[in-house]
Design a protein around this ligand. Structure first.
Ligand SMILES: [Zn+2]
Length: 66
């Protein structure tokens, strides 16, 4: 069972790494897809000033790297 969980974790890590590489080429923050707000909070965006913690709301990959 632990082996399966480990494989799933590796798969998720691989997916995330692929996304990071893709977003780096686009110059966008991987956490928010360049939106500047967390993906999970899109539907609460209006009336909210909650910024993506990865890029501080800029949506830029270079800020996410810091
Ligand atoms: Zn971001």
């Amino acid at each position: 069972m632990m082996g399966v969980l480990s494989k799933l974790s590796d798969w998720a890590d691989g997916m995330y790494q692929k996304k990071v590489v893709k977003m780096e080429k686009l110059g966008k923050c991987p956490d928010c897809n360049g939106m500047g707000i967390p993906i999970m909070s899109y539907e609460h965006y209006y009336g909210s000033d909650y910024h993506c913690p990865g890029c501080n709301g800029s949506g830029l990959f270079e800020d996410w790297m810091k």
